[in-house]
Write a protein that binds this ligand. Structure first.
Ligand code: EPU
Length: 338
């Protein structure tokens, strides 16, 4: 029988580590239990919130309803052909455990996504990406529960409408599809992606240039720049890197030197939000227990006792300041639950 907890503290179920309580909380461990939990919310007219490891969420108040944290586990190869292998992982598998398992089994292609916090099920939702690889590049299909019909189905990669930190799972009714498993198309041969930043330099300095060395390289870079959510509450990049019209970029370039930028489709330019935040004077800034991380100001951190409201308020001040300084309104990457 599925246990439903009452007045449940979510402190350990999200990475901003704020003190938040949900009226109800449950952890279905099978597709049947997941269906039971969902039926329970519709029968009782309860709000519901599906979460993974809560590494991309900011709660700004207590949650009135049922928080559902599915713990569907398992990693296995499901098909193999020529140079590729299909690997299926349950939505509740910890993302980095999945990456470690792939590297150990010589299933290649996922090394650059090492150490990203969160679960396998959350990965396609925001199309996680780092160091030149996005998860959309290696997803074959996503298994979902369609809550409108309560049927389980498969969504091929193209149907997921992946974009930069974006997918169909964030649009329309974001509650409609619940990811239950993801099937990845991985390679049997190690073909490292080394084009981002100083990855190549660090990688070739390793004793052996194998997948494990690439994983170590990525872990080293992440640990030097990003706060460990187990020690300092955070949800990774708080904002997306803005994509602006060429004309907006030219205006900024007229007033600022050496503005980093990357082409982003016809007449559009991507500017690192971290640069904008730093040059508007917010790098390493702290107000009470909220601040930007000194090594990567795109990450907003909770130094201990900050509330969700305080973190949200701080983030809005940054947004306003960037808008005043550069005429760019940053889009949040983190999901706000109010
Ligand atoms: N920069 C600064 N000041 C800083 C740090 C960075 O100006 O203090 C500028 C530099 O020009 C640097 C550029 O920002 O070259 C890019 O920085 P970085 O390589 O750290 O990457 P990012 O664009 O800030 C993105 C992802 C990260 C991901 C890294 C590495 C987004 C919103 N964020 O950050 O993802 O780890 O690339 O691939 O796209 C996350 O999504 O939570 C996340 C951490």
């Amino acid at each position: 029988m599925l246990k439903i907890h009452q007045k449940y503290s979510l402190r350990n179920n999200h990475t901003f580590n704020t003190d938040i309580v949900s009226d109800l909380f449950t952890e279905p461990a099978s597709p049947e239990e997941l269906v039971f939990a969902l039926r329970h919310t519709s029968d009782k007219g309860l709000n519901r919130l599906l979460i993974g490891e809560g590494s991309n969420l900011l709660f700004t108040s207590s949650f009135h309803g049922l928080v559902i944290h599915p713990i569907l586990t398992g990693i296995k190869s499901v098909d193999e052909s020529g140079s590729e292998i299909l690997v299926k992982a349950g939505a509740g598998v910890n993302w980095d455990d999945f990456v470690a398992s792939c590297v150990k089994n010589n299933w290649f292609g996922v090394e650059n996504l090492s150490l990203i916090p969160g679960s396998v099920g959350a990965a396609p939702v925001q199309n996680i990406g780092a160091y030149g690889v996005e998860v959309k590049d290696i997803i074959d299909y996503v298994e979902v529960l369609d809550t409108s019909s309560m049927n389980f189905s498969m969504m091929p990669n193209h149907a997921c409408e992946f974009g930069y930190r974006d997918s169909i799972f964030k649009h329309g009714d974001p509650d409609r599809y619940i990811v239950t498993a993801v099937v990845f198309r991985l390679k049997k041969r190690f073909e490292p992606v080394l084009d981002y930043g100083n990855i190549k330099k660090v990688f070739i300095s390793k004793k052996r240039q194998d997948a494990n060395a690439l994983r170590e390289t990525i872990i080293g870079i992440r640990q030097s720049k990003l706060p460990d959510p187990m020690e300092t509450g955070n949800a990774g990049s708080f904002f997306k890197n803005p994509v602006v019209d060429q004309s907006v970029f030219q205006q900024i370039e007229a007033s600022w030197e050496n503005v980093p930028h990357f082409p982003a489709g016809k007449d559009h330019i991507k500017i690192p939000a971290a640069w904008l935040i730093e040059h508007a004077g917010w790098k390493g800034k702290r107000e009470g227990d909220v601040g930007t991380w000194p090594h990567q100001p795109l990450v907003i951190v909770n130094y201990g006792g900050a509330s969700g409201q305080e973190i949200f308020g701080f983030s809005e001040k940054i947004r306003q300041s960037i808008n005043e300084t550069f005429g760019i309104y940053l889009e949040r990457e983190v999901t706000i639950v109010s």
